[in-house]
Ligand binder design. Sequence first.
Ligand code: RP5
Length: 162
Amino acid sequence: MPASKKTESARVVILLGSKSDLPVIEGMYPLLERFGIRHEVHVASAHRQPEKLKRIIRNTEKAGAEIFIAAAGMAAHLPGVVASMTAKPVIGIPVAAGPLAGVDALLSIVQMPPGVPVATVAIGGAGARNAACLAARMLALGDKKVAEALDAYIKELARGGK
Ligand code: RP5
C-alpha cells in the first residue's frame, strides 16, 4: 500500500479501480496530510470485485468515513457505483488508462443520472489533487482546524505556491 495514513477512523476513503491507478493519486497524500485529514486507500474494482467494494464501503462508513474519493480508468463505473452504495459525498477522478487517454473515464464518471451525484474532477494527477482540496473544503464546513489549514494553503497559492 502507498504511504497513506491507515487508521480505523479515516474521514476520507480513497478507492481505486486497480493497483495500476496508484501513481495517479500520489499528489493527494501531501495535501491530505497538510489539511490534517485522516484517510485510507483501498483497491476494489467495481467490475471485478463488487462484493469487496460493498464490504469496504459498509465497514468504513461504520467506522466514520465522511467522504469517498474514487479513481478509475476506461469504462470507469467505480465512482458511480460507490455513489449508489452510500449517501455520503463521492468525488470521482478519471484516470487516463487506455487508448482514449481518460476521456472515456471522464464521460463515464461525469454523466451520472439525476439523484446519484458524483463530483467529477479533471483527468489524472491534477484532478486527484483537486479531489483532496474539494474534500478539505467539504470537511472545512464543520471543522475549524481543516478550515484554517485550507485557508493557509489558499494564501500560499496566492503568493505563487503550488
Ligand atoms: C479500470 O481499468 C482501472 O481503474 C484502471 O484504470 C483500468 C485498467 O485496470 P488494470 O487492467 O490495470 O487492472 O478498471
